[in-house]
Design a protein around this ligand. Structure first.
Ligand code: NAG
Ligand code: NAG
Ligand code: NAG
Ligand code: NAG
Ligand code: NAG
Ligand code: NAG
Ligand code: NAG
Ligand code: NAG
Ligand code: NAG
Length: 832
């Protein structure tokens, strides 16, 4: 399988590459460069864009509106002077370029919105199309300048580019390029990655460059590219920068017959790369992953540029490339492709239609032939292919939805309702069973909602439990000498950085007693930072709970602000949801994590005389240990909650965008319910596996809380869940989870459940999910009652609530009555 696939791959590649020969400097036959609205020619780099009137004869428009601004956009490339003038179109307007040589042409469109007289270009909304392809529709540029690059195969004698304002709006353009592309730049076919095969028809495809990246090297502006392309550096796209290192040897690059050419990419792209940070460790086995935002619903043409400037000899480097977790190139050996070191080469791949808006590319070692595991990437181009209607505009893309159909869900709900009482009973007794077992194990008389992974005993007592584990004082984090911190982190070795946040960098370290720790080193002292530093030490020294990350010590010598925590092997919850290419979590794992985090927050809110409000609840502040047990972290913003007689704390609004409680924002009043709101956002994040704010998405999807609530209210939450969960969540578990998140996001704090209620409901969602494994609930429940009654009694005794009450409320819950009453009774009976 592996062998044959590799063979296919090379046969195809070899049949294409010989066509690409050494090219002298490419001179485009068609070369229209227009600085629209400009009174005089504008020179950028070695190119001259013509004044507006020079190509005016190509334009048909109702009314001439030439606009200018004195402000200059900040662009990454040296093209900012092109943006200072524009042509504004009040009606449909068209440029007609005569084409001297048919074939591929770049179309580059430059936009920069400014205000000119009565025209506010920030609110212009319009479409741009050629005769065959829609390039943009419902398009608005709000603030920054943008340059859109397309490549279309022109088969007629003219290329028409039409700008059409939306109803009652205007269109505009700051500069435009129509330039011939070498015929051999894009071949007709390429390998497909899922299912593996061959795609042909690229010659007629319209494509849009979405990302063009120079791995391990600097930004490359059009002046240094024979085809005037811009390349961005890759650092900002690396998911875990500490896993990657760069290498550079530009002079070594030697274009060879059968490989890539200068027109494929310049030496500065091929002569720099990003590789695994494996330190010659023969056991290295990890991926280096980059992640990009893309428009869902399109297929993409991906070009991977390689040039082995790191090996000492041929046949040393074997690696795999993954795209969105598809194995895209397996056991790749550049030596076979080009038979030379430092010889440029590229591979084209076509993806299936992409479902989410994330696109990740990973490189990792191949398991075979690998004495020195390594993997490299020199350059990357991600190009959007036109959809079946010939459009490249996200506005018109047909998004493939592979969630369950509504019909199916309806059926499951129908069936479940029939046997619902029995399911509940089974669920409840199943929970009680676990509870009884665990309670014995822990020798705890505490009320604890049904435990998931409470099996291991936990040394830190909490106010909430009667487990005696010594005084809190004995557990207070202690001061650690700066020298010890330096030693633990190899003097703050950059390669040990595991996270970077507003506060500073986080390093992985090992104390001299062998304890692995996470060392958070604050940026040089600021008042704000200092306050947060103190809060964190104070809070974490007082609060010990298995679902709160523990503080091991701190260091404030030499004006440093360093916090040392227990090391959480699996990193943040966020990194497991998206952005890192990590394997996706199962629904059960996600529920258990949410339950753990809820338990930590519940403890904060209730486990102490005064409630503590976390204020920065988000998926990046929920950490996971090696067993995926969740712990809440980052107490820098925490505040002690209201006294008994008050209902809120008034305070400046702080927290993270996308998670902020709107009520807190409006009224600047803080209650525990603000954490509940943020936690609700986390719940949706866990379900949908996307960022809470994603500005690259269509407007109505940008804010996850709003977007998810819309679908939840329609009862169609299943339409937007993480595709990897599709078909794996029981509908009643999803419904419970959705309702819980919805309640958390209630507009007013008073309408939101307490963290305890949330916890209970999540437990319940988990039971509903697991009920499926129990087989026929009706049968099992009868058996279970008999077997488990002693534990049930035990539990009831602890909780001072009768089993009858419990069951009744459980069933009630399905008819819409909250279980919170039962829950609060349980809590109250325990007393604080
Ligand atoms: C302006 O650009 C046009 C088109 O490139 C060129 O023909 C013309 O000579 C230029 N004018 C000046 C003054 O450079
Ligand atoms: C900018 O536009 C104004 C009219 O609003 C015009 O008077 C001026 O000459 C223009 N400046 C340039 C550099 O085109
Ligand atoms: C132009 O429109 C933008 C976006 O709606 C708005 O923020 C800005 O205030 C407007 N500027 C003027 C001068 O009207
Ligand atoms: C624009 O107006 C036309 C005619 O009034 C209407 O048919 C069309 O739906 C409108 N388009 C949008 C996007 O509102
Ligand atoms: C453009 O498309 C035509 C078919 O319509 C094809 O014959 C030609 O090779 C293509 N040119 C390029 C440069 O892709
Ligand atoms: C082109 O690249 C060289 C280094 O390879 C650099 O010195 C030069 O500044 C670059 N030129 C431009 C215009 O980016
Ligand atoms: C690299 O990523 C792929 C795709 O996500 C995954 O299947 C593979 O196990 C990863 N390899 C390592 C060593 O983590
Ligand atoms: C792109 O558009 C052409 C027609 O212009 C169509 O034949 C082709 O299938 C489209 N490509 C995709 C990937 O849908
Ligand atoms: C245009 O885009 C906006 C924001 O993304 C969206 O709300 C609106 O529905 C779109 N309109 C059309 C006609 O697609």
């Amino acid at each position: 399988m592996m062998g044959s696939r590799k063979l296919d791959f090379f046969i195809c590649v070899l049949s294409v590459l010989p066509l690409i020969c050494f090219s002298a400097t490419f001179v485009p036959v068609d070369n229209y460069l227009i600085d629209c609205g400009a009174p005089a020619n504008t020179t950028v780099g070695d190119r001259q864009f013509a004044a507006d009137n020079f190509f005016k004869k190509l334009l048909s428009t109702q009314k001439d509106v030439l606009a200018n601004t004195s402000s200059k956009p900040i662009t990454s490339f040296s093209d900012s002077s092109l943006y200072q003038t524009a042509r504004i179109f009040t009606g449909s307007s068209k440029y007609t370029f005569s084409v001297n040589q048919k074939g591929r042409h770049w179309i580059r469109l430059y936009f920069y919105p400014f205000v000119y007289g009565n025209y506010n270009l920030s609110i212009a909304n319009f479409a741009v199309a050629t005769q065959k392809n829609v390039l943009l529709s419902n398009f608005t540029v709000q603030k920054n300048s943008v340059m859109k690059e397309y490549s279309v195969n022109v088969t007629s004698d003219t290329l028409e580019i039409t700008f059409t304002p939306s109803n009652n709006s205007i269109a505009f353009i700051n500069a435009i390029e129509v330039v011939s592309v070498p015929d051999d730049l894009i071949a007709d076919d390429a390998n497909t990655i899922s299912p593996p095969g061959r795609y042909s028809g690229l010659l007629t495809e319209a494509i849009e460059t979405i990302w063009r990246i120079n791995m391990g090297g600097p930004i490359v502006s059009f002046e240094n590219d024979t085809l005037d392309r811009n390349w961005l550096p890759d650092q900002n796209f690396l998911v875990q920068p500490n896993l990657a290192v760069t290498a550079s040897n530009i002079p070594a690059v030697k274009y060879v017959q059968g490989g890539a050419t200068q027109n494929s990419a310049p030496p500065i792209v091929y002569g720099t790369l990003t590789e695994m940070n494996s330190n010659n460790d023969p056991n290295s086995n990890f991926n280096v992953t980059w992640q990009f935002n893309v428009d869902p619903g399109f297929q993409y043409l991906v070009r991977l540029h390689f040039c082995d400037i790191v090996s000492n000899s041929l046949n040393q480097l074997y690696f795999n490339v993954y795209i969105n977790s598809w194995l895209a190139v397996e056991n790749f050996d550049l030596s076979v492709a080009v038979n030379a070191l430092a010889a440029p080469y590229y591979v084209d791949l076509v993806t299936p239609s992409i479902v989410g808006n994330k696109f990740s590319v990973s490189i990792g070692p191949s398991p075979v032939n690998n004495d020195y595991p390594n993997a490299i990437l020199n350059g990357l181009e991600i190009m959007k292919m036109n959809d079946s209607l010939g459009s490249l505009s996200a506005g018109t893309a047909v998004i493939v939805n592979n969630s369950n159909s509504k019909k199916k869900v309806g059926m499951i709900v129908g069936v479940s309702l029939g046997t619902i009482g029995a399911v509940i009973l089974a669920g409840v007794f199943f929970m009680l069973c676990r509870k009884g077992r665990l309670a014995r194990h822990r020798l705890s008389k505490t009320w604890v909602p049904i435990s998931i992974n409470d099996g291991a005993s936990h040394t830190m007592g909490s106010k909430f439990s009667n487990v005696t584990t010594g005084s809190v004082a004995s557990n207070i984090g202690y001061r650690i000498p700066f020298l010890a911190v330096q030693e633990a982190t190899n003097n703050f070795d950059e390669s040990l950085v595991i996270g970077i946040g507003g506060f500073g960098k986080v390093y992985k370290g090992v104390l001299n007693d062998g304890t692995t720790v996470a060392v958070k080193r604050g940026n040089p002292r600021s008042q704000q930072g200092l306050a947060e530093f103190r809060t964190e030490i104070e809070m974490l020294s007082q609060f010990r709970h298995r679902h709160l990350v523990s503080l091991i010590g701190y260091c404030d010598e030499r004006n440093e602000m360093i916090l040392i925590y227990e090391y959480m092997e699996k990193g943040t919850l966020k990194s497991h949801l998206y952005g890192s290419g990590m394997p996706s979590l199962s629904w059960k794992e996600r529920l258990e994590i949410c339950i753990g985090a809820a338990r930590g927050l519940h403890y904060l809110h209730t486990g102490y005389a005064k409630a503590v409000i976390h204020r920065d609840v988000k998926s990046a502040n929920i950490l996971l240990d090696e067993n995926l047990m969740a712990k809440v972290a980052d107490f820098g913003l925490s505040k002690t909650g209201p006294e008994i007689d008050q209902t809120h704390v008034s305070t400046a609004v702080k927290g993270s965008f996308g998670y902020l409680d709107p009520e807190y924002f409006r009224r600047q009043q803080l209650t525990e319910k603000s954490d509940v709101y943020s936690f609700g956002v986390v719940l949706f994040e866990v379900l949908c596996a996307r960022p809470v704010i994603d500005p690259s998405l269509p407007r109505e999807m940008v804010n996850l809380a709003e977007w998810a609530m819309k679908w939840q209210k329609r009862g169609q939450l299943d339409q937007i869940i993480d595709p990897t969960l599709a078909g794996k969540i029981r509908s009643d578990s999803l419904r419970k989870f959705g309702e819980t998140a919805e309640k958390c996001l209630a507009d007013f704090g008073v309408d939101r459940p307490s963290m305890g209620d949330v916890l209970w409901n999540l437990e319940y969602a988990l039971q509903l999910q697991e009920a499926v494994v129990q087989g026929d609930p009706e049968e099992n429940s009868t058996n279970m009652i008999g077997e488990l009654s002693p534990q049930v009694n035990n539990f009831n005794h602890d909780a001072s609530v009768s089993a009858a009450q419990f069951e009744a409320s459980s069933v009630d819950d399905l008819s819409g009555v909250s279980m919170s009453r039962v829950f609060s009774q349980l809590v109250k009976s325990e007393g604080r």
